[in-house]
Ligand binder design. Sequence first.
Ligand code: FES
Ligand SMILES: [Fe+2]
Length: 436
Amino acid sequence: MKTKKYDVLNTETGRLDPTIYSDEEIYKEEMEKIFGRAWLLIGHESLIEKPGDFFHTYMGEQPVILSRDKTGAINAMLNICRHRGARVVRTDDGSCKSFVCPYHAWTYGLDGKLEWVPGEEELYDGTIDRAEMGLKKARVATYAGLIFATWDHDAPSLEDYLGDARWYLDLEFNRSAKGTKAFGPHKWVIPINWKTAVDNCSDWYHVPYSHASAANALTRIMGAPRMTSDVLWKKKGRAAFVNGHQVCFFRLPDDSFDGNPYGMDSTEENHAEAIERLGELRGDGVMLGTHSLFPNTVLGFRIVIPRGPNETEFWHFSHTNAADTPEKQREVALEHAAQNGAGGHFESDDIDNWNQVSQSGKYAGAREIGQYINMGIGNTTTDDVFPGQLSDRFVSEQNHRFFYSRWQEFMNADSWDDIPLDPMKANFEGTASMDG
Ligand code: FES
Ligand SMILES: [Fe+2]
């Protein structure tokens, strides 16, 4: 079948067709062309620390078992029994020796191999080819403890997929040899199209207005810096764009929102380690801000899981530095949850906006007038120090345009052969690597 060609974004005017938020056929195609091909964040190594541990997750809509097998290897397997399609695992997480389907007890190993079938000789006359009937497996790769998987065996390596975005992600996820630890997730279902939560990750334009009361409360009660328009419009942070990913960053100490003497680290010792692992510039001079990874990772370790054109399951994890004390980790996790958890001050403001934007695609009038994501058009730059395409200022809609351009590249491609990757140019100073 010939691949349908989309033309939903005019990169010269910033006009976006809102049909992409509400159309059933487009949604079905996204599941195949985007969620069937991309590397998807599905978990964290700290969720499955020991052999036998498993965690139930999703790749797009599809249920997936993430397990650590007896050899210590990580497996991502479709949670659909090879017999009649029942879900083999029906709980969120746990630890076990094997996976037994509750329907007829076909039994799979921690690595997905079919190990036992009731009545294999007596009822099937020995005709089951067990080697061929294991759980369907995805390709798995990790970056600094974060676990990604893809269904597409022709996809590029995870390292190439993240590209130079990793230069910035290291600022948060790769500071310590001990790595990060995940808490959560909080889970909730909201009536939005999944894309609206992702493009919003660098939408600082809405912050002084949509989040006025939450930001005021943080300033008045906790002494946090003001987030009003006169502050944000002048803010010096910028955003970098690589392969549809977006990373906002600040130079330290001047641009940061907070005045922690060790930047992103809680102790002098942690800070010294970060400099050794990331080099002087990244360890001491740059801080990661809001970010998103194409297609569905939002602001740190949070995932939007599509459930239909206007329904999304939101997973909020807090990730903390594993080198920190349990008290410090708890403090960070609670702070994340208070701001962006299920009842977080900021999150509840956002959800209704995303719902409104998503719903607009249903109306003929809205499709006729389109939406406009044209702020900062033509102002993308490059730099010798900071990799990727760069915004020239803090508040812009460049991320929205890069995200929907990437969406279109995936949707218009017949295979990974048609999906371009930005060349890697970053200088990864220090000892940190993909493996942590
Ligand atoms: S559906 Fe799983 S054993 Fe029959
Ligand atoms: Fe927001």
